[in-house]
Design a protein around this ligand. Structure first.
Ligand code: ATP
Ligand code: MG
Length: 251
């Protein structure tokens, strides 16, 4: 494997009330690597994603990114380095703002770009990167399709020049017809920008086509982690076998 970009060691999360959402999770994601995270509903996938991206502050264990320890409260630079794309592009975008405002806001907060014109150029580049028309910078999310909104959400995640993306079921809310194109976009981001990714999905066929390795999580524990082919062709853990058997249309 290449050099590790992200290293999580012994991560545990217990929610108030005693719910143990993560138990002693160890995970490494290499440079330019896409790791899939699969497991049934409630197994802790989103919780792990939120810890990695810095949204879940209360956890035990350690996180290291590009050789640097990450504390639960991150610096602006550290927050920029690891970004998240959520399932629901409707909920994650303020419908009153134009795409330009949505992107420009982030560039300003992260002090990216020298002046308004430079930020506008950067936003135009972002639109091209996510395959949206540049003219759509002046539109609001309200009139857009689900796929277009998710592309805007991805552009927002990319705006702060991250090195790592956590994608939490990024196509689950979309029409089947646009899902494949959004999946291709995640593959392009790795090819073109070298972005490492943790890709959370219930869709095993998508995980199989996109990911280099797969981690299987069950009740907050990673029960198996291996190269994608090994997971699908020679699963070692009973739970992985059950998960594959329950998948409707795996090739
Ligand atoms: N803020 C919270 N407070 C209390 N319990 C929580 C909280 N967030 C998640 N949980 C619980 O932690 C467990 C893991 O939840 P999580 O959202 O990480 O699962 P998931 O694998 O992402 O599920 P899904 O596939 O349905 O999205 C669940 O039992 C959930 O009810
Ligand atoms: Mg979830």
């Amino acid at each position: 494997m290449t050099r590790s970009e992200l290293v999580a060691e012994g991560l545990s999360v217990t929610f108030p009330g005693g719910m143990r959402a993560l138990r002693d999770v160890n995970l490494r994601v290499g440079e330019r690597e896409i790791v899939g995270l699969v497991g049934e509903s409630g197994s802790g996938k989103s919780t792990l994603g939120r810890v990695i991206v810095g949204l879940q502050h209360s956890y035990s264990g350690t996180l290291t990114f590009a050789g640097e320890a990450l504390d639960p409260r991150r610096t602006t630079k550290q927050r920029g380095a690891i970004q998240m794309v959520f399932q629901d592009p409707y909920a994650s975008l303020d419908p009153r703002m134009t795409v330009w405002q949505l992107l420009d806001e982030l560039l300003s907060v992260h002090r990216i770009g020298s002046g308004r014109e430079d930020r506008r150029h950067r936003c135009e580049d972002l639109m091209r990167r996510v395959h949206l028309p540049v003219a759509m910078l002046d539109s609001r999310p309200v009139g857009m399709s689900g796929g277009q909104r998710q592309r805007v959400a991805i552009a927002r995640a990319l705006a702060v020049e991250p090195r790592f993306l956590v994608a939490d079921e990024p196509t689950a809310a979309l029409d089947v017809s646009v899902q494949a194109r959004i999946i291709n976009l995640f593959a392009d981001l790795r090819e073109e920008m070298g972005l490492s990714q943790l890709f959370i999905s219930h869709n095993l066929a998508v995980v199989r086509s996109l990911c280099d390795r797969v981690a299987v999580i069950y009740r907050g524990e990673i029960v198996e982690m291996a190269a994608t082919d090994a997971i699908f062709e020679a699963p070692q853990h009973d739970y992985t076998r059950q998960l594959l058997a329950a998948a409707p249309d795996l090739p």
